[in-house]
Design a protein around this ligand. Structure first.
Ligand code: FES
Length: 115
């Protein structure tokens, strides 16, 4: 079982299974819906990440962008977001995307969307 640093304190009931580990290729992303909230589940360097599936510059799904070296690129204008922190690494986006805790348990990937 792999748990991100802040995940151990999250109640079990808040975790949602979003996909299997085999559903996301390395350096790729998929979009999942968690209670009506679109979430981009990405895999980079063998690690899983989850961020809000909408660029902070405009309404573009980040899950449709390229994933590389722990970042996801918005295909519209090219801003990249750090998958660990949500911070943009370049313009035109200036606001971070929301990052969600991820847990991998066996072949299952879980995301917690509540604070
Ligand atoms: S819409 Fe994403 S960078 Fe402009």
């Amino acid at each position: 079982m792999t748990i991100s640093l802040d995940a151990a304190a999250i109640p079990e009931a808040e975790w949602v299974r979003v996909c299997g580990t085999g559903d996301v290729a390395d350096e790729a992303a998929i979009s999942v819906d968690i209670d009506g909230e679109p979430v981009c589940v990405a895999r980079s360097g063998g690690c899983f990440y989850a961020v809000a599936d909408e660029c902070t510059h405009a309404e573009v799904p980040l899950s449709e962008g390229d994933v590389e070296n722990g970042t996801v690129e918005c295909w519209m204008h090219g801003s990249r977001f750090d998958l660990r922190t949500g911070a943009p690494t370049g313009l035109p986006a200036t606001e971070p995307v929301q990052v969600f805790p991820v847990r991998v348990d066996g072949d299952d990937v879980y995301v917690a969307v509540k604070e």
